[in-house]
Design a protein around this ligand. Structure first.
Ligand SMILES: Nc1ncnc2c1ncn2[C@@H]1O[C@H](COP(=O)(O)OP(=O)(O)OP(=O)(O)O)[C@@H](O)[C@H]1O
Length: 367
């Protein structure tokens, strides 16, 4: 960095400081931004941008954002284990992998996300969560919200309305949390219900909770009112003499946040969303035969097919498993290989039926 601090680099080079006066409040002690985008990948890329580019040694930055329907898994999770992929693929719900750890959550426009960026030394999850619960209670005394020992926000000491995770760097940290005010809870429950049978996994597992929307208890809770009350509490805590202004930001602006679009592309890529899945295995069985698929970086590492001696010619099995090794663990890719194999192989009707069964079991491991 040629001896310059991050902020100096940023100050001199970044157009959003040097020429775009709209964003020149970055060195206040506290500032609230609200993203104008509802694209999960753009919002996650913007979080990344702030994390990598801003010097927040004197500033607390709160970013408020929400997304169109999506399932967001933690950095070290396995989407095959965490959600109903077949249902998700057939819907308009996107799947995203965030940079922070933790479990799987569902977002739609009825879920507000709050990202608290601070200097690493001032990182304090509990303080952030208390800020939210204090803001909620002082505006809607009927909301009995508390922070649990897992850093969830619970309603009536039971229903989860907020989950948290964080990313801690050497200098900067962020803590982000969700806030359910009016999400589609049936969709949340059906997409996240998984516990896939036959799957062996060392990835982080989600902790399922009963959830509820804040608006079920206080119908006047809306996105805009939440933004206002949380921003107000934030300013009263960090910047008491400052006007309670929520600054709209366009996180897709390459001019304001150079590099944000390539980060968005990476976060939306198959290699990130699926490819970062820790190694796992899935098994499917039928009375006569079982199929075990080992998967690494969402590619097939190997397939083990077990059957009674003489049930099928082992040479055929070796040929099929050889074709599959290294293939993407993805329905289209696996289907193409099994179809090509079945189309080319010359065998009697009984063997063909057995091969069809094996290929069917293979495809069942995929969702
Ligand atoms: N938007 C949401 N806000 C709050 N809870 C949610 C949301 N979506 C789903 N949930 C519930 O939270 C559960 C996942 O919680 P889990 O604790 O594993 O992850 P987390 O809250 O992201 O973070 P962490 O693992 O760091 O506590 C889901 O199974 C579901 O019951």
């Amino acid at each position: 960095m040629n001896g310059k601090s991050k902020y100096e680099m940023f100050h001199h080079q970044s157009p959003w400081i040097s020429s775009n006066r709209r964003y020149c409040h970055a060195i206040q002690r506290g500032v609230v931004y609200e993203s104008v985008s509802s694209d999960v990948f753009t919002n996650l890329a913007f979080e990344d941008w702030v994390y990598n580019n801003l010097d927040l040694s004197t500033t607390n930055l709160l970013l408020l954002w929400r997304n169109d329907p999506c399932v967001v898994i933690g950095r070290h999770q396995n989407p095959w284990a965490e959600c109903q992929l077949r249902q998700l693929w057939g819907s308009n719900v996107k799947l995203a992998r965030r940079r922070s750890g933790g479990g799987t959550v569902y977002h739609d426009l009825g879920n507000l996300n709050c990202t608290f960026f601070t200097d690493r030394k001032r990182y304090n999850r509990k303080e952030n969560l208390e800020l939210i619960t204090n803001a909620l209670r002082s505006t809607w005394p009927g909301l009995d919200v508390t922070v649990s020992c897992r850093d969830d926000i619970l309603l009536d000491n039971f229903f989860k309305v907020s989950g948290s995770s964080a990313k801690l760097g050497r200098q900067i940290a962020y803590h982000h949390c969700t806030l359910l005010h009016s999400v589609n809870t049936p969709e949340l429950k059906s997409l996240l219900h998984s516990k896939k049978e036959g799957l062996t996994n060392r990835a982080t597992q989600s902790v399922e909770s009963a959830v509820k929307n804040l608006s079920d208890v206080e119908p006047s809770v809306r996105h805009s009112s939440l933004v206002d009350v949380i921003a107000e509490k934030f300013y009263s805590q960090y910047q008491p003499l400052y006007e309670n202004k929520v600054y709209p930001v366009d996180p897709s602006s390459e001019v304001d946040w150079p590099g944000v679009l390539s980060s968005r592309e990476e976060l939306g890529s198959w290699n990130w969303v699926y490819g970062k899945t820790p190694q796992f295995s899935v098994q499917r069985s039928h009375t006569d035969v079982s199929v075990l698929v080992h998967v690494h970086h969402a590619r097939i590492l190997g397939v083990v097919i077990q059957a009674l001696d003489g049930w099928i010619d082992t040479g055929l099995i070796q040929e099929l498993t050889g074709h599959l090794a290294g293939t993407k663990f993805w329905p289209k890719d696996v289907a193409e290989i099994t179809e090509a194999f079945l189309g080319a192989v010359i065998v009697d009707a009984d063997t063909r039926q057995k091969l069809h069964l094996i290929c069917k079991l293979l495809l069942e491991t995929l969702s």
